[in-house]
Design a protein around this ligand. Structure first.
Ligand SMILES: Cc1cc2nc3c(=O)[nH]c(=O)nc-3n(C[C@H](O)[C@H](O)[C@H](O)COP(=O)(O)OP(=O)(O)OC[C@H]3O[C@@H](n4cnc5c(N)ncnc54)[C@H](O)[C@@H]3O)c2cc1C
Length: 373
């Protein structure tokens, strides 16, 4: 009997396995990708997009072309529920889809549980909603006559990249000469929290040079229209807050009976199967994978996971043995804005304009492989 493989979400791993045609299903099998939008952002190029270095199409992948070339059916929509025991999924418009095996790569969602966040803060996730809001903020800046203080909340490498990209963007914006004071607000004391000490020192120096004010150990309690209050009642006046912290999944995961951890991510085995679900896989920001290094900015780690996902989806469809075991730690690249980036090779850290050029070349080369680019 023919199988149906459901790929939910056009995240990094699903794009990678379609690009490299890693699925080896039988000709009669149906492969369906469900995604809400045609164009999805390529993460490593987002800081460049924010500071006007790239145009939209240069850093967005066309899922329609990708699916057509890979012989995969693209269904526009959003998964709203899954019954993994009955192997059925529902889309938000009520359509229903049966599957033999399903894989979730639906990314992160914003943390909106903070009091005042929904009313007063912008959230980076989902990125496609953030981009028009960022354009509006830039327009607002060009009309503004008073200085603006902007707070970025987050402590990952991604938050650092975003803070420095925003700084570069406002510094280079010729339409506005209004000073923008940038604040980076974190709950813990390590910055970025997801990298080694040596990288943290280099990042701290750059933040200092770029005049980004850092507020560590400032767990946000409430966001108001012109300020944030920490859980310890410290006050920081801010005109705009951007939340960069995200959790996995969405409410639909819990209502589907899939148990997420405190951060909202689904715990997966090293096979990438959701714990306790033989036919359901999850990868990327929706998953918590104890066998893999933290995701954040480690594309190479995502690629290893995509390879394993492809192997295991093929094996699961054919009833063969799945691959398991730990993933290797991957190289991190951090964009530091103002033509700088840093990376590490073992214990060695390299930083400078040539690192950024290398990072950009790598990203452009990756994008150029996608059909329709
Ligand atoms: C500024 C910035 C810089 C970054 N730099 C890097 C970098 O250098 N290297 C790196 O590896 N990563 C980087 N990233 C991270 C990267 O963009 C992703 O977070 C990472 O690739 C993992 O994402 P993902 O594959 O889980 O999902 P995503 O790439 O976020 O994609 C998830 C997709 O699923 C769709 N979706 C969501 N919900 C549903 C649903 N219910 N049904 C169907 N579809 C759904 C979404 O619309 C989205 O298209 C960066 C991110 C940002 C914001």
């Amino acid at each position: 009997m023919a199988n149906t493989l459901l790929l939910a979400g056009g995240g990094h791993a699903h794009r990678h396995l379609l690009l490299h045609r890693l699925l080896k299903h039988l000709p009669d099998d149906r492969v369906v990708l469900v995604a809400p939008e045609r164009f999805v952002a390529y993460g490593p190029m987002l800081p460049g997009l924010l500071c006007g270095k790239y145009r939209f199409r240069e850093c967005h992948i066309d899922l329609a072309h990708l699916c057509e070339r890979a012989g995969v059916e693209l269904l526009y929509g959003r998964i709203a529920g899954i019954d993994q025991a009955a192997r059925r999924a529902w889309l938000d418009d009520g359509r229903e889809l049966g599957f033999s095996v399903a894989s979730l790569n639906t990314g992160a969602r914003p943390i909106t549980a903070l009091p005042g966040a929904e009313e007063h803060a912008l959230s980076l996730f989902p990125v496609q909603h953030f981009l028009p809001l960022w354009q509006q903020l830039r327009e607002h800046l060009s009309e503004r006559t008073r200085p603006l203080s902007l707070g970025i909340v987050g402590d990952s490498s991604l938050a650092i990249e975003m803070a420095l990209a925003i700084q570069e963007s406002v510094q280079n914006d010729r339409r506005s000469s209004i000073p923008v004071e940038l604040h980076l607000i974190t709950t813990g004391s390590d910055l970025p929290a997801d990298t080694e000490r040596a990288l943290q020192l280099r990042v701290a120096l750059t933040l200092y040079q770029q005049k980004v004010r850092i507020h560590t150990r400032f767990p946000i309690g409430t966001i108001e229209s012109d300020r944030v209050l920490s859980e310890h009642q410290q006050l920081l006046r801010l005109d705009q807050v951007i939340l960069l912290n995200a959790s996995g999944g969405g409410a639909w995961l819990e209502s589907s009976g899939l148990t997420a951890d405190a951060s909202g991510r689904l715990t997966v085995e090293s096979t990438l199967q959701v714990k306790g679900c033989e036919k359901l896989f999850a990868v990327g920001d929706v998953a918590l994978n104890p066998a893999a290094p933290p995701l954040s900015l480690a594309n190479a780690s995502l690629e290893q996971q995509s390879q394993r996902l492809a192997h295991n989806l093929n094996a699961c469809l054919k009833g063969e043995a799945l691959k398991s075991g730990p993933f290797k730690t991957a190289r991190t690249w951090v964009d530091l804005g103002s033509e700088q980036a840093l990376t590490h090779w073992g214990q060695w850290i390299f930083a400078g304009p040539w690192v950024r050029r290398a990072k950009e070349r790598l990203a452009r080369r990756t994008m150029a492989r996608y059909p329709g680019y």
